[in-house]
Design a protein around this ligand. Structure first.
Ligand code: MSP
Length: 469
């Protein structure tokens, strides 16, 4: 039987249009999913939108729209950005938390959690950041504001239902330590462990009385489900789960859950604790860094973001996919400016890959037979198993650089006049290597890869990437 591979992205808030940060995670997930599919694994790739909660309720009100209509429109924008014409994301399912099936399953899970004694009635007061949709500790705020959202955290005190986090802390720590609950890269695992060592987990409020735009608790209709509890369950309802413990989908647990470091804490505490109470297996998390602009996280709220649409206009689908993933180590923060993107586009795509393809294809015109040559091969499996798409691209571009050097040194345009055999051998090698390069590009730049293969067949190529000024 083929190995299963279940990969998820976080589901994105629909309070604003999709942006570069969302694109970053989703393109990475798409590359991993495509790669595993090529390797013959049984892949399920889930993405979607997180549509409930206070900030979405408020923004819809401000827009004068019915919240459902509002979220319908923004969810469409996400789907549109993932379409073949834009970022070419081949997900298996796009889950929306306002889907009826999702809502019913969440209610079922809440009932089970209540039966198991994991949640109970209580009161809660604390400082709430609407941007994060999270209660914050005072020491996480700067002058009363959440630094991520530059928003005042409001003091909220209300009756609600709470999830008993405290009781599961020891078990959680143990499972993180022994990798039963895997958090990668290692430093993020250590970060979570050191947080858990220094802090006693507090029980958290899992319902809200003043938020109408949410899933009503099945046993307390005055309250709606806290948006993070609702959202986490997408990772299971996206597989078609109805919330019953005897129906757990065969794809579970997730083999890779990608997420940005800003949402690690919740993913490493609330999410696994819910699963522990349910008696379900724990997923593997992989945490990536943020795209920064001059040292600050790019975000709509902070107004320093490069528009993903602008990238698509300038660099096209594959150009944008390449530039996002090659921006830096996946896991670390990466600082991006439009000037640097243009520079990289010209160097790596127009000059590096584009030039190599057009030179080889033009020279092929002078060849007699087109037998297969022997290639040196490219191995990106290890990089992608380690979730280092950036490193995989380095390996591929290393080979592209080598082939360009080889052309410059061997001067096939001279050989064609002086030594036909040597010319043919050189070309065969170049073509074989270009084949391998295009194979390894499939998950990253599916259309470019196809164009290269076609060009090698018909001995003609349109210029792949035009230089940008
Ligand atoms: N809705 C929640 C997630 C719920 S998952 C059960 C959420 N949504 S979000 O739209 O705010 O962010 C989703 C993802 O986008 C996060 O992983 C976050 O790290 C990522 N990014 C948002 N801005 C980013 C950058 N500037 N750079 C890289 N990724 C960042 O949180």
């Amino acid at each position: 039987m083929n190995k299963k591979f279940y990969i998820t992205t976080p589901i994105y808030y629909v309070n604003a249009k999709p942006h570069i940060g969302h694109a970053y995670t989703t393109v990475a997930a798409d590359v991993l999913a495509r790669f595993k599919k090529l390797q013959g694994e049984k892949v399920f790739f889930l993405t979607g939108t997180d549509e409930h909660g206070l900030k979405i309720q408020k923004i819809a009100e401000k827009d004068g729209k019915d919240p459902q209509k509002f979220v319908d429109e923004v969810a469409e924008e996400f789907k549109n950005l993932w379409s073949k014409e834009k970022l070419n994301i081949k997900y298996d399912k796009f889950i929306r938390t306002s889907d009826n099936k999702h809502k019913q399953a969440v209610q079922r899970v809440l009932e089970i959690l209540k039966e198991k004694g994991a949640i109970e009635k209580g009161t809660y007061n604390g400082l709430y950041c609407e941007g994060c949709e999270q209660f914050k500790n005072e020491n996480e705020l700067v002058a009363g504001k959440c630094p991520d959202h530059d928003m005042i955290a409001e003091n909220i005190s209300e009756e609600c239902w709470v999830l008993k986090m405290e009781d599961k802390q020891a078990e959680l720590e143990e499972k993180i330590k022994n990798d039963e609950f895997e958090i990668r890269p290692e430093r993020y695992k250590n970060e979570v462990l050191s947080f858990l060592k220094d802090n006693k987990l507090k029980n958290i409020s899992i319902s809200r009385s003043n938020v109408k735009w949410g899933i009503p608790l099945p046993f307390d209709k005055e309250q709606t489900t806290y948006v993070w509890i609702d959202a986490f369950l997408n990772y299971l309802t996206g597989l078609g789960w109805d919330g019953n413990l005897d129906n757990i989908p065969k794809e579970w647990p997730a083999d890779v859950q990608l997420l940005g470091k800003d949402i690690l804490r919740v993913h490493a505490t609330i999410w696994p604790i819910m699963l522990l109470y349910l008696g379900m297996d724990l997923p593997k998390l992989f945490v990536h860094g943020h795209i920064l602009s001059r040292g600050k996280k790019m975000s709509k709220t902070l107004g320093n973001a490069i528009a993903i649409e602008e990238m698509l206009e300038k660099f096209g689908t594959d150009g944008t996919r390449y530039l996002l993933l090659s921006a830096g180590v996946f896991g670390d923060d990466v600082d991006v400016t439009m000037e640097r993107l243009i520079e990289k586009y010209n160097a790596d795509l127009a000059n590096g890959l584009g030039n190599l393809v057009s030179r080889v294809v033009k020279l092929m015109d002078n060849m007699g037979d087109v037998e297969a040559g022997v290639s040196t091969g490219i191995n990106i499996s290890k990089c992608l198993d380690d979730i280092r798409p950036d490193e995989a691209l380095n390996v591929i571009w290393d080979s592209i650089g080598k082939q360009n050097k080889y052309i410059e040194n061997s001067k096939p345009w001279e050989l064609v006049k002086t030594d036909e055999n040597k010319f043919n051998d050189t070309m065969k090698e170049l073509m074989a290597n270009l084949h391998v390069i295009s194979d390894s590009l499939v998950p990253f730049m599916p259309e470019t890869s196809e164009k290269i293969k076609k060009a090698l067949e018909i001995k003609q190529t349109e210029s792949l990437f035009q230089r940008i000024k």
